[in-house]
Ligand binder design. Structure first.
Ligand code: A3P
Length: 323
């Protein structure tokens, strides 16, 4: 079944915002609950403008994710694959060697006013991105006749929680200024209640999962862990879905391997731009940490893991999706 329709029309968002449930303990930003999801207030404010003013193109590729699920990696892979005729992955001057992946595929909802013209100036086919839940995407993106394709990346919620906790406590102004201590226990409790950035994380995943089953030609569902285990297989799948499958000659010439290598964590992490630079959102280095499966084991107790697993399993029951 398609995702439930929005409970409220977006147009009156500004008026209803103050009455929406508020969560101030979260990092990096205060969140409001809108239509079942905990979203930063300033993103909610932008939603009417995005719905009204964002022009899509049938060739657009949207990269979607819940935060800390491998967004940066997917941006690097998709951008490099789609633009390989213009920028060879073998090229020493490849854009990824000068820019962070977030500058290669910008979020439509962050600073929408600021990036709108920039997004319009990108030549087709564009790679864009979003952390919005599926049910909050503009009709122009999700509509049956929109043509736009969506690639979703999901990751085990326990690793998402730990990755987000470590990341936000490092970069969030609230935590840097000491306004909030944000212990793992606090982050865990909020996460389990769905009160995390664009959470509940598993509902975010579930909406895209269901849509990928309903419209497999338009929504590709990928798992972080599967890409890590089989990068070549998954990159080929991604390329085919985006309408730019690799030619046999390219494969023989090592293009697929070169993209995997260029976009790998060690390669990106080691680039000067990602060690010292900024992207249009924040500092680049914060997006690259360990990039492994199951790092949650070093942080969560077995009891915590069990509690979160249970919540997620119950929510996903009958969906055909598991972590
Ligand atoms: P860890 O904190 O577990 O290391 P996002 O990009 O959605 O913010 O997700 C960040 C997570 O993806 C971090 O996980 C980060 O290390 C990992 N990551 C970033 N770039 C990656 C890459 N090129 N390959 C694999 N994982 C990557």
């Amino acid at each position: 079944a398609p995702p439930p329709p929005l409970a409220m029309p977006h147009s009156n968002m500004i008026e209803i915002l103050p009455s929406l449930p508020l969560e101030t303990r979260s990092l990096p930003l205060d969140l409001r609950c809108y239509n079942g999801f905990w979203v930063p207030e300033r993103i909610l404010r932008a939603i009417p403008d995005i719905h009204a003013g964002f022009e899509t193109r049938p060739s657009d590729i949207f990269l979607a994710s819940s935060p800390k699920s491998g967004t940066t990696w997917l941006k690097a892979l998709a951008f490099t694959t789609l633009n390989r005729a213009t920028y060879s992955p073998f090229d020493a001057g490849h854009p990824l060697r000068r820019c962070n992946p977030h500058d290669c595929a910008k979020f439509i909802e962050v600073h929408f006013d600021g990036v709108k013209d920039e997004l319009e100036a990108i030549p087709s086919p564009r790679v864009l991105s979003t952390h919005l839940p599926y049910s909050m995407l503009p009709e122009r993106v999700t509509g049956e006749d929109s043509g736009c394709r969506i690639v979703y990346i999901c990751r085990n919620p326990k690793d998402v929680l730990v990755s987000g906790w470590l990341h936000f406590k490092k970069v969030s102004p609230k935590s840097v200024m000491g306004v909030q201590s944000f212990t793992l226990q606090e982050a865990f409790e909020l996460f389990c209640q769905g009160r995390s950035l664009n959470g509940p994380q598993w509902q975010h995943v579930l909406q895209y999962w269901e849509e990928s089953l309903r419209r497999p030609n338009k929504v590709l569902f990928l798992k972080y862990e599967e890409i890590l285990c089989e990068p070549v297989v998954n990159l080929k799948k991604l390329a085919k879905f985006m309408g730019c499958a690799f030619e046999e000659e390219e494969e023989k010439g090592g293009v697929v391997d070169a993209i995997v290598e260029l976009c790998s964590l060690p390669t990106l992490k080691d680039m000067e731009v990602n060690k010292s630079g900024h992207n249009y959102l924040t500092k680049n280095d914060g997006f690259f940490r360990k990039g492994v499966i199951g790092d949650w084991r070093n942080h969560l107790t077995p009891d915590m893991a069990e509690k979160l697993d249970k919540i997620v399993e119950e929510a996903l029951q009958g969906s055909g999706l598991s972590f």
